[in-house]
Write a protein that binds this ligand. Structure first.
Ligand code: DX5
Ligand code: ZN
Length: 217
């Protein structure tokens, strides 16, 4: 199975976003972390800036919404042309309806789980999804340590996806680096978000190809 590497611009220089996007042009997509200081204790960017990123990005946008009232806001990110829109199940009142609204607007629909949120209640929804995101840190900040205790959840999600026959990517986000990516891949993840491990290096392209080689299993 060939993996995908999605660098997170949370670790990029926010006043030079266009140049920072060009530095990761060999990536499979760019991961855009939207935070509202309610769902998580941090604030990043919203629709107007993500819309401009979409216009100048050489690669597809993987939008990760860490916001309250996500049922209200997520469809707008699909409308602006994001390749995928991932929302937290803890923030949605109607995740099935929301996933359908995202798909109807031409984007892939992703469901994200905080570390303490079990995957089992959502396994019957796999056919409604294109992506399942198992957070491997508490969402909110880059540069945190990978939560090893998430490995069993990744394994159970992989087994359920394979058993369902649905085409669902299994993404991990948080603490992914050359030291941790192989364990996440072995557990069954196939889409890897990496912020600090890509941007806090002299050459992001080298970091991306190194991670890609390690993440293929
Ligand atoms: C954290 C964000 C992540 C973050 C990952 O809440 O969702 O996407 O950028 O950063 P690293 O790879 O440094 O853990
Ligand atoms: Zn993220």
């Amino acid at each position: 199975m060939s993996c995908a590497i999605h660098p997170s611009i949370l670790s990029a220089d926010f006043v030079n976003l266009e140049a920072e996007l060009a530095r990761i042009s060999t990536a499979d997509a760019v991961h855009v972390d939207v935070m509202d200081n309610h769902f998580v204790p941090n604030l990043t960017l919203g629709l107007p800036i993500v819309s401009r990123i979409q216009q100048v990005s050489p690669i597809p946008l993987d939008v990760h919404l860490m916001i309250a009232e996500v049922d209200r806001w997520a469809p707008g990110y699909a409308e602006l042309g994001a390749a995928s829109v991932t929302f937290h199940v803890e923030a949605s009142a109607a995740p099935v309806r929301l996933a359908r609204e995202i798909r109807q607007r031409g984007a892939k629909a992703g469901l994200a789980l905080r570390p303490a949120t079990p995957v089992e209640p959502y396994l019957d929804l796999l056919a409604e999804l294109d992506l399942l995101l198992v957070m491997t840190v508490e969402p909110g900040f880059g540069g945190q340590a990978f939560l090893e205790v998430m490995l069993p959840k990744i394994r159970r999600a992989r087994a359920a996806i394979d058993g369902s026959g649905a085409s669902v990517a299994l993404q991990v986000d948080g603490g992914i680096s050359a030291e941790t990516i192989e364990r996440a891949a072995e557990a069954g993840a196939d889409v890897f978000v990496a912020g600090s491990a890509v941007y806090n290096t002299p050459d992001p392209a080298v970091a991306i190809s190194h991670l890609r080689a390690l993440g293929n299993r």
